[in-house]
Structure formats: C-alpha cells, structure tokens
Design a protein around this ligand. Sequence first.
Ligand SMILES: *Cc1c(COP(=O)(O)O)cnc(C)c1O
Length: 224
Amino acid sequence: MSTISENLRVVEEGITSACVTAGRPRNSVQLIAVSKTMSNELIAEAITAGLIHFGENKVQEITAKQPAFHGQIRWHLIGHLQSNKAKKALPCCHLLHTLDSVELGRQVDRISGELGIKTRALLQVNISNDDAKYGLSPEDTAATLTELSNKHSQYLEIIGLMTIPVFEEDLEKTRRHFAHLRELRDHLAVSTGLPLPELSMGMSHDYQIAIEEGATLVRVGTSI
Ligand SMILES: *Cc1c(COP(=O)(O)O)cnc(C)c1O
C-alpha cells in the first residue's frame, strides 16, 4: 500500500470515529486534503486513493497545478485572497474559505458577475482573537455578513464560517474555540435567517475535536 493511501485510511478512521462520538453521519463531514507542499505526482496518488477536494493557500499553486488534473479536483482556497488575484482565483475555486472583509466580498461579487459565475465563500473568523493577521473579529462578523448577504450580493453566496484558532498545547482549549465558532454560526443563522450550513475548522492535530464540535469541512495536510 502506498504511504498516501495508508495515511488516508488512518485519517478516514479518525473522521469516522469522531462522527460516531458526535452522533453525526459520516457524510456530514468533508475531508479537504491540503496539498500546499505536494507535487503533482503525490496529488495524483491522492486522487487514486479517492480524494477529490484539495486545499491550497496560494492562488498561483491552484492555477499551476490545475491543468494537470482536467477538472478532477475541487479546489478550496484556504489562504488569504489578495483582491488583485480574485479574477484568477474565482473561476477555479470550488469554495473560498477566507473572505475576511466587506471590501473583499464586494470585489468578489463584482468580479464573479463579470465572469458570469457564482462564488461560494465562508467568512474567516479570528475566533480566538489572537494577533493573527487575517480573519474578522467575532464582533464584526454579523455586520459583515449582513452587508454581504444575498440582498446585496448577486454573485457571492456565503455558506458558513471558517477559523484557524491560535495553537494551544491543551486540546480542550482548542475545543472551546471550535465551540465558539459553532455558537457564533448558530447565532448568526438565527439573526440573519441565512442557513450557514458549513463550518471549516480542524487540521491534522485537531480535526477529531473539530468534528465533535460541528465541523463540516476539515482541512488536513501533514497527516495525509
Ligand atoms: C496548512 C494548512 C492546513 C493543514 O494543516 P496540517 O496541520 O498540515 O493538517 C489547514 N488549514 C490551513 C489554513 C492551512 O494553511
């Protein structure tokens, strides 16, 4: 068995057992393989092992890797999007995880309209209020969502929230950050009437507790 398919089997078991613990169906969680350091050969191996959803931090990496795979991959942009890259990024992006300002959202809406596409996105929230460079503060998220909701954006659809919490030695602290993102989502869904079904949270070391706290999209790199 190749290393990737063996690693994938372990991650798959981890996802399944977290789903059982949480009493959630396995198909409520989508694994996104983070391929930011993977060569095309390794990505091809991962596709053979059954993966379709891949995450990249950089637009250039998606546009460079994409032609080799002829539409076999659904690309997730999980790194910061600079507005001058939006035109290149949006056509190849299955889901944008890192919308973090009204200004960027307006640009994404406008450019999607020009391209004749719809763009689905998540609002990135700096849930642990650390000094991370990117992400909305939890307090600003409601206003941003209202400003960018369907009434104002024809081509942009916000379908949930994403977070990268500050690293904690203690996984129970990380769990609290994940729970806060879920609570924020629940609160926003009620106050705005938008369904916001997706929660992108959890990486190699904490995807199981993320699933226990409601993650629907886990972004796993190192473990695969
Ligand atoms: C690299 C990266 C991941 C994957 O992290 P691992 O610890 O390698 O699983 C997930 N999310 C984002 C935003 C990343 O940049």
